[in-house]
Design a binder for this molecule. Structure first.
Ligand code: NAD
Length: 486
């Protein structure tokens, strides 16, 4: 194990800032600046990978593949388990880095770090549990043997909104399956990914099994990596437009591709629902991560009998949030990832107003840094901008509906199909409505669904494939059938 020569202390946390290739921490020729959105200033710099570095990372991952793929399942499981234990013991460090480079609140960052560590635990357990198949063919002429093999080098691309969890949600199943990995984190949040890679190194991951290349040139770097025959799969989490560009590239090689893309989550408050429960759920579904989540409730369809009560209570709850730096655990709402991202969200609020919506802000946001007060926007009509665009910030457009059928029709009227939230009078109604929703995940009478033990993914343009649960490891496995003569 080589100690990183390129270490920086960022916010009191020791973090490697080099490229991580073949078990070595390598200073890059160029530097990628990392900013602190809460202070709106430079935080640190990491090595900025170019195309040669990316190909070096692929070579290292390719060289490490054979031994890792044939390592005992238990060996891989135990390394992942150690990674879980190290990370769990150091959650505060991870959370600090997340806050510093992403801006979110302390509770959200700590929650993310714990959720991220859980993927190591879950897939340490799954590593030994992939069933095969051995049986007689119905015609009685042969034996059917079905087994699974790792796809090879996995290229993993992650977004900035969950810099730890999106990395572990891919790394853990890839490693459990016997794949080696090249991880390309988002340029805004590379520090957390490098810290996670160091955890894996300390847990005993052999050199070359995990490689990390942060880069300011994701387009050319990724195109080259995906064209390389040594790469066996792509797993991408990010926006739908970038996902489609990448699918175009992977199509050239018919490369297995898992896509976790954008969302436009509806939250339904149906006639007879408990308004206080719906508001509590909405606070989580909308405000977790300051609204910068693919799973964030993006549009609220509320029955006309409850709409005023719901909007008033939601606004009241939002007004109690204190807004400020995530380094202070007393703050409930942190900064968005950048001033640019904040301005994009504000622009959506302005457009909603031009379209006849009535935005009202709650709480007081600091004036420096990428902070934004939460908004409830009343009087929005289905089809207007806020119900179509992924907002990615603390803005809640409220649409009045006159029936459950209308709420479902509007909820399904989108190209996305990631998650929906349903607040119904009881579980039975919630489940029956869930079955009519075109979304891969539905949370009934609760504001969060994500769980490492459950399949996460999207229908329609929200993605292909599933992460987590029993399905997650299969994104990194090929099925092989061997016909054996009797
Ligand atoms: P993004 O698509 O801009 O970037 C995602 C990643 O792709 C980053 O690492 C980025 O550097 C890289 N990238 C950008 N252009 C690229 C290109 N041409 N070729 C290769 N890689 C490229 O998304 P973002 O702004 O970082 O994240 C927000 C988006 O991610 C939202 O749309 C959100 O819904 C989505 N998201 C989805 C999930 C999910 O699980 N479905 C989870 C989190 C975020």
């Amino acid at each position: 194990m080589t100690a990183p020569p390129t270490v920086e202390i960022v916010g009191g946390v020791e973090v490697p800032t080099g490229l991580f290739i073949g078990g070595q921490w390598i200073p890059g020729e160029r530097t990628l600046d990392v900013r602190d959105p809460a202070a709106d200033r430079r935080l640190s710099g990491v090595a900025d990978a170019g195309v040669t570095d990316a190909l070096d990372a692929v070579s290292a991952a390719h060289a490490a593949f054979g031994p890792w793929a044939s390592a005992a399942l238990r060996t891989r499981a135990e390394i992942l388990r150690r990674a879980f234990e190290i990370m769990t013991a150091e959650l505060d460090e991870c959370a600090r880095l997340i806050v510093l480079e992403n801006g979110k609140s302390w509770a959200d960052a700590r929650g993310e770090a714990a959720y991220a560590a859980e993927f190591f635990r879950w897939f340490s357990e799954e590593a030994c549990r992939v069933p095969g198949d051995f049986r007689m063919a119905p015609a009685g002429d042969k034996t059917i043997v079905v087994d699974h093999r790792p796809v090879g080098v996995a290229y993993l691309i992650t977004p900035w909104n969950f810099p730890a969890a999106m990395a572990t949600r891919k790394l853990a199943p890839a490693l459990a399956a016997g794949c080696t990995a090249v991880l390309k984190p988002a340029g805004e949040t590379p520090l957390t990914a490098l810290w996670v890679a160091r955890v894996l190194q300390r847990a005993g991951v052999p050199d070359g099994v995990v490689n990390v290349i942060a880069t300011s040139r994701p387009g050319p770097v990724s195109e080259l990596v995906l064209a390389d025959r040594r790469v066996g799969a792509l797993s991408f989490t990010g926006s739908t437009p970038v996902g489609k560009i990448l699918l175009g590239q992977t199509a050239r090689r018919a490369l297995p591709s898992s896509m976790e893309l954008g969302g436009n989550a509806p939250l339904l408050v149906l006639e007879g629902a408990d308004v206080q429960d719906a508001v509590a759920g909405a606070m989580v579904a909308k405000m977790r991560n300051g609204g910068s989540a693919c799973t964030a409730a993006n549009r609220f369809y509320v029955h006309e009998s409850l709409v005023t009560e719901f909007a008033d209570a939601f606004e009241k709850a939002l007004s109690t949030l204190s807004i400020g730096s995530g380094l202070d655990p007393a703050n409930d709402l942190g900064a968005l990832v950048s001033v640019r991202e904040r301005d994009k969200v504000l622009d959506l609020v302005r457009r909603a107003e031009q379209e006849g919506g009535r935005p009202s802000a709650s709480g007081t946001a600091p004036t420096t840094g990428a902070f934004l007060s939460p908004y409830v926007v009343r009087g929005v009509r289905h089809g207007q901008t806020l119900t179509r665009e992924e907002i990615f910030g603390p803005v809640a457009p409220i649409v009045t509906v006159d029936s459950t059928d209308q709420a479902i029709a509007m909820a399904n009227d989108t190209d996305y199909g990631l998650i929906s939230y349903v607040f119904a009078k009881d579980r039975a109604e919630g489940i029956s409505v869930a079955r009519r929703l075109e979304s891969a995940m539905v949370a009934v009478n609760r504001g969060v669904a994500s769980d490492p033990a459950a399949p996460f993914g999207g229908m329609k343009e929200s993605g292909l494939g599933r992460e987590g649960g029993f399905a997650g490891i299969h994104e990194f496995l090929e099925t092989q059938y061997i016909a054996v003569d009797l």
